[in-house]
Ligand binder design. Structure first.
Ligand SMILES: CC(C)(COP(=O)(O)OP(=O)(O)OC[C@H]1O[C@@H](n2cnc3c(N)ncnc32)[C@H](O)[C@@H]1OP(=O)(O)O)[C@@H](O)C(=O)NCCC(=O)NCCS
Length: 382
């Protein structure tokens, strides 16, 4: 048996890389992208500026931003092969799985799939980020038997996605709300899906494989799947009048409240206030505050209840994302995929960073099985 070593099963506190992309202070509740406070970015930039910041290391000037926008628009349309794959997929599955299939198809038609040239990686990152909204909106419409809407040639990233989803140009408020959402979830240091992408990339495979691995990881309920679970919780509660009873029952049966708690933040997630604001204003504009009001009531209760205050459990980024995305017309099971539309930027920025010092990520396990076992041929086994 191998010598017992201290096991850190959640890798909490383990530092595995250097990064200049984002900095989280979980005790004081702040987040910065390349030094810029998330509040300033959320209130004053476009998602495309954040893409530029994460990929190219600085906030763009107008010319640089226009150049990136042009590149993104030129890659919004899916290739015939990718469209065909998506059209043939079962309509019953998770939209994020459809995106994984589409990414695989993109990889298979790329003659330079395995290139690790920095310029090629950058180009593929842009292509994937440009195609993700088209993939998701297209799949969500296809599975409902609706026509796929071609990407716009003039709308920005956020507005274009909502347009491809609904067929209608979004209001400025809706576009701003989704733009803010995309900014807020673009990057978050060594989160599980980014770690997955980095582990995969460290084997010297291609960018698409690393992004596929990250998509599978993001889907999980303890990560990007939590927005869908949080929405299911709100739907289950149904009315603000039922929120108190739902929490009492959750505590009694030890059911976790979705969108509450975070591995790193011991405060309210700094992104929650922006999402809460947009969740409320978009709901107000739509004339249906049901989902926002339930979420706000849950937060009120958890802020006062000692179970949550003692454990420092506060709303995380998913909590108000759920009512916001739902009110914007994104179905519950499409929410983890909507997260991916943004996080693909963070993943690929991390992979560009990783290219500077590639080393196989390969931890160890402590073996607890028998030291030796006597081999018995199959015809003599009990
Ligand atoms: C995010 C999450 C996985 C972090 O987990 P973690 O750091 O491993 O925390 P733990 O699982 O050790 O939980 C610590 C304590 O808080 C409790 N807790 C954590 N999240 C809770 C929640 N959402 N509702 C109720 N209790 C919760 C745990 O039961 C545990 O209580 P105990 O000490 O009495 O056993 C966890 O808070 C969670 O499951 N949240 C809901 C899912 C979610 O919103 N995920 C998205 C994250 S961005």
């Amino acid at each position: 048996m191998s010598e017992a070593k201290e096991i850190n099963s959640g890798l909490e506190g383990v530092v595995v890389a250097e990064t200049s992309l984002s900095m989280i202070d979980g005790q004081n509740g702040y987040l910065r992208y390349r030094g810029y406070d998330i509040d300033d970015l959320a209130q004053q930039t476009s998602f495309e500026e954040i893409m530029y910041l994460l990929w190219f290391g600085k906030l763009p000037n107008q010319g640089e931003l226009d150049g990136l926008r042009q590149r993104l628009r030129s890659h919004r349309k899916l290739s015939p092969a990718v469209r065909k794959v998506m059209a043939e997929l079962p309509t019953t599955g998770a939209p994020i799985d459809a995106m994984r299939a589409a990414v695989t198809a993109m990889a298979m038609e790329d003659p330079d799939e395995r290139s690790l040239d920095a310029g090629d990686i950058q180009e593929r990152a842009i292509r994937m980020a440009a195609a993700f909204p088209t993939m998701l909106a297209g799949y969500l419409r296809l599975r409902e038997g609706k026509d796929v809407i071609e990407p716009s040639t003039d709308l920005g990233e956020a507005a274009n996605f909502l347009y491809m989803l609904t067929g209608e140009k979004p209001t400025d408020l809706q576009a701003n709300a989704f733009n803010c959402y995309l900014i807020l979830v673009a990057e978050h240091s060594m989160n599980a899906s980014t770690f997955s992408a980095r582990v995969t990339f460290s084997t010297i495979t291609d960018l698409y494989s690393a992004v596929s691995a990250a998509l599978g990881c993001l889907k999980g309920d303890a990560h990007g799947g939590a927005n869908a679970r949080a929405m299911e919780m709100l739907l289950d509660i149904g009315s603000v009048n039922n929120a108190d009873a739902y929490i009492d029952e959750s505590l009694r049966i030890k059911r976790r409240l979705m969108g509450i708690g975070h591995r790193v933040y011991r405060t309210r997630d700094p992104r929650a206030k922006h999402l809460m604001g947009f969740s409320e204003s978009v709901a107000e504009q739509k004339g249906d505050r049901t989902w926002h009001d339930i979420a706000a009531r849950i937060e009120e209760i958890t802020n006062e209840h000692e179970y949550f205050t003692e454990r420092r459990l506060y709303p995380n980024v998913e909590f108000y994302s759920a009512p916001l995305l739902y009110t914007l017309g994104i179905p519950t099971d499409g929410m983890p995929a909507a997260f991916a539309v943004s996080r693909v930027v963070g993943w690929t920025a991390n992979l560009m960073e990783q290219l500077q010092g590639m080393r196989l990520i390969r931890p160890q396990a402590h073996y607890t099985g028998p030291e030796t076992a006597e081999f018995v041929p199959i015809d003599q086994r009990n």
